[in-house]
Design a protein around this ligand. Sequence first.
Ligand code: COA
Length: 153
Amino acid sequence: MSAVLRSAPDFEPMREADLRSVLEIEESIYEFPWTLGNFRDSLRAGYACWVYRDGKRLIGYAVLMLAAGEGHLLNLSVAAEAQRRGHGRNLLHHVVRVAREHKAKVLFLEVRPTNEVGQRLYSGYGFRQIGVRRAYYPARKGREDALVLALDL
Ligand SMILES: CC(C)(COP(=O)(O)OP(=O)(O)OC[C@H]1O[C@@H](n2cnc3c(N)ncnc32)[C@H](O)[C@@H]1OP(=O)(O)O)[C@@H](O)C(=O)NCCC(=O)NCCS
């Protein structure tokens, strides 16, 4: 009898060697993606950058800035073909755990008002809207506002 055992996806700190796969996903899921330089700068600035791997395949990543009792989630992404299977929520849960371990008391993030999927993920997790940043994101026409969400840790 042969049993195929698949272990759960793993979180690992992001390394420079991951950036090609990260950028491939980033450019395929966002209309206004981060650049290679944005990810490099995040790594060099010492932000908490994580990749989420299913075996050898990189299926998601997150970038978290931690400072003075606060966390700021700058990027949370799951590859298109791996979406809708609970990975986004797992990744968010991992980020929340990391922020708590670093004694953050609150976790902030921005999301586009047009990003319903993101908003559902975050509100389902307990984030609440605390404000709006006007003209925060690039958009097809001009700029788009950002909703600022927060989660008490
Ligand atoms: C947002 C994102 C990270 C969610 O990842 P995911 O792995 O697909 O999400 P999950 O399967 O863990 O779903 C978690 C919740 O998100 C919401 N959600 C996810 N996909 C959805 C969809 N297609 N339609 C509606 N809600 C959806 C649901 O509330 C879902 O909870 P439920 O399954 O109990 O209904 C992913 O869609 C993504 O990377 N999107 C592009 C980048 C992005 O928008 N990132 C967030 C920027 S702030």
